[in-house]
Write a protein that binds this ligand. Structure first.
Ligand code: MN
Length: 239
């Protein structure tokens, strides 16, 4: 095949991935997905794998095309027998940032929302035990359900508010944003010390205690006070 595809690319170009914005017709385009690990003490304790629970939080990434929208059904993924949910506050970055001080971090935030850090827990634990990268456990297809973005000032308080998750109507996770080990400005400041942040970056800020597995047919509803809710249905296993 010699013809181009009409836009100067030799194979089809990836689609722009974006999230709806509350109160706006325009959408939030996603560039990168950063995630914070170990950011609630109660979750560190339930995982029982930190060598020292005072070890600081850390970052990993998911691919942006792992995003699935609110209300979606996702297939139970391949490569796991322990597919788990983690409810998290999402931060949406609206301006470039590098080495931003904690006191100025708010100025680069566009808004907030609800997201799920879906996890193949068996693969994550194996990778950790073998000192291998976490990708198989964390960065797989459809592992990043995300809700709408609430522009800063239109939603709740990112420093204080309930963060909860229910499976089939039964609450399994409950925490409060005031339990974050690194709060939102500290996350943005720390992340910007290692990476050039750009508009379109989103950050999953860590999960409270109560994580657990789901099975085909389960319906997950996650919520963060003032930032809406996110529903995910687990479908049949991937063919
Ligand atoms: Mn997480």
């Amino acid at each position: 095949m010699t013809a181009d595809l009409g836009h100067g690319f030799v194979v089809p170009a990836p689609a722009v991935v974006s999230l709806p914005v509350v109160g706006r017709a325009a959408r939030f385009p996603v560039r990168r997905i950063y995630c914070v690990g170990r950011n609630y003490l109660a979750h560190i304790r339930e995982m029982k794998e930190a060598e020292d629970e005072r070890d600081p939080p850390f970052f990993f990434q998911k691919p942006r095309d792992a995003i699935v929208p609110d209300g979606a059904t996702v297939a139970y993924p391949a490569d796991t027998d322990d597919y788990q949910f983690e409810i998290e506050l999402m931060v949406a970055i609206g301006a470039p940032a590098r080495n931003v001080p904690v006191a100025e971090a708010d100025s680069v935030i566009f808004g907030y929302g609800v997201c799920l850090d879906m996890t193949r827990r068996d693969r994550q634990r194996e990778c950790g035990a073998k000192r291998l990268p976490w990708e198989r456990g964390k960065a797989f297809d459809a592992s990043a359900p995300c809700g709408a973005v609430y522009p800063k000032g239109t939603g709740g308080n990112p420093a204080k508010g309930a963060i909860t998750l229910a499976v089939n109507g039964v609450e399994t996770q409950r925490g409060d944003l005031d339990q974050l080990i690194w709060n939102v400005p500290e996350i943005v400041s720390n992340l910007s010390a290692s990476y050039q942040l750009e508009p379109g970056d989103i950050i999953m800020t860590g999960t409270p205690a109560g994580v657990g597995p789901v099975r085909p047919g389960d319906v997950i509803i996650g919520a963060v006070e003032g930032f809406g809710r996110l529903t995910l249905t687990i479908g049949a296993p991937e063919a």
